[in-house]
Design a protein around this ligand. Structure first.
Ligand SMILES: C[S@@+](CC[C@H](N)C(=O)[O-])C[C@H]1O[C@@H](n2cnc3c(N)ncnc32)[C@H](O)[C@@H]1O
Length: 349
């Protein structure tokens, strides 16, 4: 007798969608030898042998020795092109089987609207090359989660790219929390890990993308977990102050401009009870990366529609936390090359 593994939701896409996404997958996997050539050229030139002043100077220095390298040019072109087509192809695949996918994507519960149309100006950008932005389709949360992340990207990146979220949830300083706010919850990848780690906690998940938080609700329902989903800017949640004992986020900070990062600490402080913790996990500061990795992060961000990566990798988060009133501020690296990089602090009693 043979047993078969049930299909994931993303695997239900039609033959055309599968072949289009698998082509992109093969193309992205085929970039590894090009990346290797780039690394070899950088090492051979000795361009990283002396310390760099700042990231702009490092970029000029390394980009200069790669100018004539065909592999580097191809990398830029292929990455930009594949990012630009992935979401439209996935969205078209969704639309071809719309009635079936809608049943799998729609939550029973409602997302609570705390924002209306009052979205911040920086939101008007196609982050990661997502055509139409994070809400460019009524079910972009499902499309992103099931088709882009789990069907396409998960197979390209080595290791468990989602497992880190459980480690970060468990690394919050108190052993237990009762009221948690997850800022920039997306489709709930971190939210569900928080729920597993703190099973008695009441969890509020906030995102500026209505469709992402909507699919987070559905995923929580499928897992038998109750969360409250709020459509709001994380820096201005509209939630009551002084109620949470943990305000946390996973890879939200690098999505927003520096003044908003500072405001996120201010909002976290407002939301917390005295003695509560803020626990923000994000990309590693360039100063904690090797020079090659810092250059690569910055190059990838520039070619990957990540307008705020550089500023978030260079901003002083300890100062931002202190300015908001936090004490006991700690920063800890939880993985290789200092990613995820976590800033944790306490609101004084
Ligand atoms: C990289 S995703 C991370 C999602 C989730 N935390 C996870 O672990 O997968 C960043 C999320 O932040 C959201 N976002 C960006 N700016 C925001 C803001 N100012 N307020 C709330 N959410 C925001 C995006 O819509 C997106 O869902």
């Amino acid at each position: 007798m043979t047993t078969s593994t049930p299909l994931t939701k993303g695997e239900l896409i039609d033959q055309r969608g599968r072949s289009e996404l698998e082509f992109l997958q093969a193309l992205r996997a085929g970039l590894t030898p090009l990346r290797k050539q780039v690394r070899e050229r950088v090492d051979a030139t000795g361009v990283l042998d002396t310390p760099y002043e700042d990231i702009a100077e490092l970029r000029t220095r390394v980009d200069g020795v790669l100018e004539e390298l065909q592999a580097q040019r191809l990398l830029g072109i292929i990455l930009s092109w594949s990012r630009g087509v992935a979401t439209p192809r996935a969205a078209a695949a969704f639309n071809r089987k719309r009635s079936e996918f809608e049943l799998l994507a729609t939550p029973a519960g409602e997302v609570v609207d705390h924002i209306g149309d009052d979205v911040p100006r920086y939101w008007d950008y196609e982050f990661h090359g997502t055509a139409g932005g994070w809400d460019g389709h009524p079910h972009m949360g499902f499309i992103h989660h099931e088709m882009i992340y789990h069907y396409l990207l998960k197979k390209i990146f080595p290791g468990d790219i989602f497992g880190q979220r459980g480690v970060i949830a468990a690394a919050a300083p108190a052993g237990t929390y009762e009221r948690i706010v997850d800022l920039g919850c997306g489709t709930g990848q971190y939210t569900l890990k928080l729920a597993e780690t703190y099973p008695t906690a009441k969890i509020t998940a906030v995102d500026l993308s209505r469709t992402q938080v909507q699919y987070a609700l559905r995923r929580a329902e499928d897992a038998g977990i109750t969360i409250t989903g709020i459509h709001a800017a994380a820096e201005n949640t509209g939630l009551p102050g002084g109620e949470a004992d943990l305000v946390t986020s996973f890879i939200l900070l690098h999505e927003v401009p520096p003044h908003t990062i500072r405001q996120l600490f201010v909002e976290a402080f407002r939301l917390l009870k005295p003695g509560g913790h803020v626990h923000f996990s994000d990309v590693a500061p360039y100063s904690e990366r090797s020079p090659y990795q810092a250059w690569l992060d910055d190059w990838d961000a520039a070619h990957g529609n990540e307008p705020w990566w550089r500023t978030s990798a260079t901003i002083d988060l300890v100062q931002a936390a202190a300015d908001a009133g936090f004490v006991d501020i700690n920063q800890v690296a939880h993985g290789p090359e200092s990613y995820p990089w976590v800033t944790t602090a306490r609101k004084p009693e």
